[in-house]
Design a protein around this ligand. Structure first.
Ligand SMILES: [Zn+2]
Length: 370
């Protein structure tokens, strides 16, 4: 576990924008109306898992489940133990706590039910946790992050456990892609829907973390009100990356030099091998180029630029935007390249092709001088 991934006090603070939702759940808990399973759903990166942690802290705080306007103290014994991940009545399944270079793609059944063989997990399992008595009395919580990563066998094992609810056991399943869940799991849970945050709120939040105001506003816009997505964008240097894409589109930078400059940017990309990290970077770059061209196409079809993440590009008078046919073929090429990232094709070569396609077809002053 890296220092970044380790739970910290801050991870258990009031989640940006979701305080009222959590307070509603505490109200239900105080009134004895807590179901045995909650499904926290909504777009990725908006703070569902944070909300789950804060909610859970409130269930354990020695001062009682927080009443209106108050919050878990974070100081008492149970609060400290929950924050330090040492509370014996809390069981968290969180793939993100596995270092990136060892992290499996899927949550497998071995995380939930003890398997002697065919398992990449030899730590404690949910069924073992559920077989124990409450250590401190009160709730026993199973918190699963990114439930959509659970494969079918794992989901079936969870379903079996959900079908046999035990008193004072609460499942909190966090999920960004509800369609990837067995419908029977969703129907066994009370669903709590989380929404995107107002972009102004994400902007202020980023600015408070030291991001320059103009950049913060752009990141909030690109992330469509998802603080987690804005942080990812920041960590993966999308600001600088988009600068290279735009310069290429304008004919202000030779395409292959811009593509080469992209590999020189630092940035956090995950992968088990150097090749996988390269692929992750290529994915980010192509996804961003596709998003930009898609918004150019939508703007040319008459969608208001203000409604589009990259709507500001429409005002640049780009050559590509003036030719709908070329815009469409370029977009198609980028989509093909994006698919090729997943095969064994050399990522730098794919990005060279992408940047060559983005450059203006008509020689510009800069290109013509070469
Ligand atoms: Zn407390």
């Amino acid at each position: 576990m890296t220092a970044e991934d380790a739970d910290s006090r801050e991870d258990f603070d009031e989640p940006l924008g979701h305080g009222p939702t959590v307070r509603g759940l505490w109200r239900a808990a105080r009134a004895g109306r807590m179901p045995h399973a909650l499904l926290f759903t909504g777009p990725a990166g908006i703070g569902k898992f944070r909300a789950a942690r804060w909610f859970m802290l409130g269930l354990y705080c020695e001062r009682g489940i927080p009443a209106e306007g108050s919050a878990p103290c974070g100081e008492c014994g149970p609060c400290k133990r929950v924050i330090a991940a040492s509370h014996l009545d809390v069981f968290t399944v969180d793939l993100l706590q596995t270092p990136a270079d060892e992290r499996p793609e899927e949550l497998k059944i071995g995380r939930f039910v003890r398997r002697e063989r065919d398992s990449d997990w030899d730590g404690p399992t949910v069924d073992e946790f559920l077989a124990l008595r409450a250590a401190e009395g009160g709730w026993r919580v199973v918190l699963v992050r990114e439930m959509e990563r659970a494969n079918v066998a794992a989901q079936n094992s969870i379903l079996k456990m959900l079908e046999e609810p035990a008193p004072w056991v609460l499942w909190i399943l966090e999920c960004s892609r509800k369609n990837d869940l067995l419908p029977t799991i969703a129907s066994r849970c009370v669903q709590v829907q989380f929404e995107r945050l107002p972009q102004t709120e994400v902007t202020s939040w980023l600015a408070a973390r030291g991001v320059a105001r103009e950049r913060a506003a752009q990141l909030a816009r690109w992330s469509r009100g998802s603080p987690g997505e804005a942080l990812r964008s920041l960590a993966q240097r999308e600001w600088e990356l988009r600068g290279l894409l735009v310069e290429t589109l304008r004919g202000g930078a030779p395409p292959l030099a811009a593509a080469a400059a992209l590999w020189e940017l630092d940035g956090t990309f995950e992968g088990k091998t150097a090749k996988a990290v390269e692929r992750a970077r290529a994915r980010t770059a192509l996804d961003l180029a596709i998003a930009c061209l898609r918004d150019l196409a939508l703007a040319s079809e008459g969608q208001p630029a203000d409604d589009l993440q990259h709507g500001d590009l429409a005002a640049l008078g780009l050559e590509l935007a003036r030719s709908p046919a070329r815009l469409r073929t370029t977009l198609e090429l980028l989509l093909d390249l994006r698919r090729d990232v997943e095969s064994n094709i050399d990522p730098p070569m794919l990005l060279d092709r992408a940047f060559l396609a983005l450059a203006p077809a008509v020689a510009t002053k800069t290109a013509g001088a070469r």
